[in-house]
Design a protein around this ligand. Structure first.
Ligand code: GBH
Length: 428
């Protein structure tokens, strides 16, 4: 018996990004960063999952998993290796991938920017440079014209908020800046890039479905009765969860250091892509100069290999909250867990889907769920150490092996819901 049935036509899929799976993306800023030994254990993405060559095999796995959707990104540095020069063979390659998905009746969700920039863009100042907006739009126009008959669901930018945060505030991702002002500048440029890309995509494909993949975090105050902890919570919530999204809903950019009316940004999403992973407990800490922000995960919390708290109720809260704000269909564009032994993933998967189901029961319109990730891959600054795959990858032999969770996910996709048996087995 199916205990939790999902709506008819629900998209069940997985997500990946170019740099994390393809291998040999030698022409972007991450490759350069890795070459400087900046990733954990000095790892480099190298061949990654060799997905560039093995995509047929990987799409066959998706088919066997009974999925009807797949999210991946197009690598800007392959399409446009230098300013204004477009590479025909890369364009053809992605066209083949898209046709191959279509032939298998798998709906592609295509991301146009997922953290990486061509080296020539980075050299010119990356997303701090206003001109990058125009550069990005030229690339978008080219790609959308090429693939207009193959793609309906577009994601302009993956996690603009997380990207600006990690690259320009926390100094974790290239170009390793630590400046709130720079973070805001990048957010502002990315909002403009998104809004104009939205328009371009719709000019070329009138019935396209366009969004971003928005990383949303739950921030809870370390001490709920502390005034300062609540101030920090509110500051982070605005900075991370709200500024970007508000702008593409209202056309008003309102951030520390910068207020601007961007009228053309208003109403520039057709659905909202949500990436949800975890919660952070946040508070005021005089010792953490200059921001006084303490980020904390309680010792007794259940955690992933990454140390991220497992907090399924947060998924429900986030989906409800953003539905109320946006009133447009939601697609979960990422949700998953780093768990090499696959001990916690079955429960993570089921408990999160049950929370999503609860939101749907209460009237939230959710069109699909894309699990991060199809297979283990290059986890950015953590290298290959964090394993998010439903499929395990042996990076020496490039062998793919089904994890138990992969089989569970197959069962869910096949049934368009969660059966009593799965609940008996993994949630009791
Ligand atoms: C997503 O990011 C990404 O879209 C995906 O590529 C990635 O593989 C997946 O999640 C799993 O991590 O500078 O303190 O913010 C999730 C959000 C943003 C969380 C960057 C980690 C780096 C540390 N991530 N952040 S920090």
């Amino acid at each position: 018996m199916i205990r939790y049935a999902f709506p008819d036509g629900f998209f069940w899929g997985t997500a990946v990004s170019s740099h994390q799976v393809e291998g040999n993306n030698t022409n972007n800023d991450w490759w350069e960063f890795e070459s400087q030994g900046k990733v954990k254990n000095k790892e480099i993405s190298g061949n990654a999952c060799d997905h560039w060559n093995k995509y047929e095999e990987d799409f066959q796995i998706i088919k066997e998993m009974k999925n009807n959707a797949f999210r991946f990104s197009i690598e800007w540095s392959r399409i446009e290796p230098s300013l204004g020069i477009f590479d025909g063979s890369s364009i053809e390659h992605y066209k083949k991938m898209l046709s191959s998905l279509r032939n298998r009746e798998i709906e592609p969700f295509v991301t146009l920017h997922h953290f990486t920039n061509p080296i020539w863009v980075a050299r010119e100042g990356g997303w701090l440079n206003e001109k990058t907006v125009d550069y990005f739009l030229k690339y978008v126009e080219k790609v959308v014209k090429e693939y207009k008959d193959l793609v309906r669901y577009w994601i302009t930018i993956n996690e603009p908020n997380a990207y600006a945060f990690a690259s320009y505030l926390m100094g974790m991702f290239p170009p390793q800046e630590k400046s709130l002002l720079k973070m805001i500048t990048v957010l502002n440029n990315m909002v403009k890039a998104h809004a104009k890309a939205y328009e371009i995509i719709h000019e070329i494909i009138p019935d396209a479905m366009v969004s971003i993949a928005y990383n949303v975090m739950i921030f809870d105050p370390i001490n709920p009765s502390s005034f300062f902890d609540k101030k920090i919570q509110n500051f982070l919530d605005r900075l991370y969860n709200l500024i970007f999204l508000e702008t593409i809903l209202t056309g008003k950019f309102s951030a520390p250091f910068k207020k601007e009316n961007i009228p053309y940004a208003k109403n520039t999403i057709d659905y909202l892509g949500i990436n949800y992973y975890t919660r952070l407990h946040v508070g005021f800490d005089i010792k953490t100069f200059p921001f006084f922000v303490k980020l904390y995960v309680p010792e007794n919390a259940e955690k992933s290999d990454f140390g991220w708290e497992i907090y399924p109720e947060g998924f429900y809260k986030v989906v409800k909250r953003f539905w109320e704000m946006v009133k447009k269909p939601i697609i979960i564009t990422e949700n998953g867990i780093s768990d090499a032994k696959d001990e916690k993933r079955p429960k993570y998967l089921l408990s999160h889907l049950i929370e999503l189901h609860r939101a749907i029961q209460e009237g939230v319109k959710v069109l699909g769920y894309l699990h991060w990730s199809l297979m283990d891959n290059f986890e950015w600054a953590e290298g290959f150490s964090q394993r998010f795959g439903l499929i395990e990858v042996d990076f020496k032999t490039q062998e793919r092996r089904w994890r138990n969770s992969g089989k569970i996910y197959k069962n869910i996709s096949e049934n368009n819901g969660i059966s009593d048996e799965l609940i008996e087995k993994y949630l009791k």
